[in-house]
Design a protein around this ligand. Structure first.
Ligand code: SF4
Length: 146
């Protein structure tokens, strides 16, 4: 059975960024060519593409996902979608996520205060949930392949 690897879809060449562009890094698909690649993009799944930008904002000690333009708190809808993805994909054995994203970033995502100023960096909402679920497997971002 092939190893199952979750990869942020924008790194695979899918035009699923908020602006309809991609962040393809061909070396990643090449590295995992003998694996079963599972593309992952919670933002496209929930909001479609193109869409409003979102940001990770600390509110009362909690990290929330807030739409940049409408200021809507979309934390719950994204969380529910990510949890549904995990339910359907229990057997992931490795992950490669896109850095700095409010969803996928691994320790590299800017966390803002209510005034939208960067106060620190941390995990995006999806990275945080995925880490809680998939224990003892390798998490990397695209920087490992550059
Ligand atoms: Fe989708 Fe994650 Fe890429 Fe953003 S970083 S476009 S949420 S796969």
């Amino acid at each position: 059975m092939k190893k199952k690897v979750l990869i942020s879809a924008c790194l695979l060449g899918k035009n699923c960024r908020y602006d309809g562009l991609t962040k393809e890094i061909p070396e990643i698909a090449k590295e995992f060519r003998n694996c079963q690649i599972v593309p992952f993009c919670p933002e496209n799944s929930v909001f479609g593409t193109p869409r409003q930008k979102i940001s990770l904002v600390e509110i009362d000690g909690e990290n929330c996902i807030i739409s940049d333009e409408s200021n809507e708190d979309v934390t719950k809808i994204l969380t529910d979608d990510i949890n549904s993805f995990i339910t359907l994909n229990q057997d992931i054995q490795s992950l490669v996520l896109k850095s700095k994203s409010p969803s996928c970033g691994l320790g590299s995502t800017p966390i803002l205060n209510k005034n939208k100023e960067v106060i620190k960096h941390g995990d995006g909402i999806a990275a945080k949930i995925l880490k809680k679920h998939y224990k003892n497997i390798l998490f990397q971002d695209e920087k490992a392949f550059l």
